[in-house]
Write a new protein. Structure first.
Length: 325
């Protein structure tokens, strides 16, 4: 699968008198119109050079950290934290320790560390909560089944770094724990289903990098809840992949465009540009809010009916009393 990030050009960091760090060869690897690695006010740029990644800030502060296998991108100066952030402990000369807030790169979104804060939209979170609630209800009868929400997964495949899927369903867990990282080798169980809900700026890694790497990891069912723009409107679509002998192949939808998720025994579909799950009988499964509203309405209707019955009974007693006198 193609990677959305080209490898950085071989570059030699140098500092100009006022323009900040620059890289003579960077124009071929950076977006057009960017003179050098870090023009003034452009935020952050990562360059690879001799297996190191130089982190260059607009303040000209330089910190050397281990390189990611790929990354060449420039942050928009208005929001260097658009992907998220992590807090890094920095020891001061006097021995004290400060926490520095560092922006995340796309490579960090693909392979997060524990404690990374990845930004998500309200719609993303709402859809993730809905799917988690449905899946947990479907698997409530199986004590070995867990639904993990934004929990890091460490694989038993040496060449794969950990991922942070939006939703992971694992069946066959010996004992539930409060995982921040689920270690496949240690737990002796692996994901049966992974779902990613795309965001516009990171969708490429869900459609490309993770598609390849989840296949290598042996994830039998991978679903992407994808948002694309059609006629200038955000539109949901579902992409499903199952493993075959030659890698992932597309999961065929039914006549309604729904995809069958065997590990949780539900259909997943789209209605009115929103996610809807259906049970095996094709009955829609509402979210918690919808169920709570329906329950409240049913209780209100029951109370109203009881009040009417009480009023009718009281009226009947009143009439009987009048007849006796």
């Amino acid at each position: 699968m193609p990677t959305p990030w080209p490898k950085s050009p071989s570059c030699h960091p140098s500092f100009g008198p006022s323009s900040g760090p620059s890289c003579p060869s960077s124009p071929s690897g950076l977006p057009s119109g960017l003179p050098g690695c870090n023009p003034p006010g452009r935020g952050l740029v990562y360059c690879q050079h001799r297996n190191k990644e130089q982190r260059v800030e607009a303040t000209s502060e330089v910190v050397l950290t281990p390189a990611a296998p790929f990354v060449t991108e420039a942050f928009d100066s208005d929001d260097p934290f658009r992907y998220g952030w992590r807090y890094v402990r920095v020891e001061q000369p006097d021995g004290s320790v400060l926490l520095r807030q560092d922006p995340l790169m796309l490579a960090d979104v693909l392979h997060p560390q524990e404690g990374d804060q990845v930004t998500h939209s309200d719609a993303h979170q709402r859809r993730r909560r809905y799917l988690c609630d449905v899946f947990e209800a479907q698997l409530a009868h199986d004590p070995s089944a867990v639904v993990l929400d934004d929990v890091r997964i460490a694989w038993d495949v040496p060449e794969l770094k950990p991922h942070g899927p939006d939703i992971t369903v694992v069946i066959g867990v010996r004992q539930r724990q409060n995982w921040s990282t689920f270690d496949v080798a240690r737990e002796g169980a692996r994901p049966a289903l992974i779902i990613e809900i795309t965001s516009p700026e990171t969708a490429s890694i869900d459609r490309s990098n993770k598609l390849e790497e989840y296949d290598i990891a042996g994830v039998p069912l991978y679903i992407i809840v994808d948002t694309v723009t059609l006629r200038k409107q955000p539109t949901l679509r579902l992409l499903g992949y199952t493993q075959s002998g030659n890698g992932y192949q597309g999961l065929a939808p039914n006549e309604h465009g729904w995809l069958w998720l065997a590990p949780v025994q539900v259909w997943i579909g789209i209605f009115a540009n929103e996610l809807v799950c259906y049970n095996a009988a094709r009955t829609p499964l509402g979210d918690y809010r919808a169920l709570a509203v329906a329950l409240a309405e049913a209780q209100a209707a029951q109370h109203a009916a009881e009040a009417r019955a009480d009023a009718a009974e009281a009226k009947l007693r009143e009439l009987e009393a009048k007849l006796r006198h």
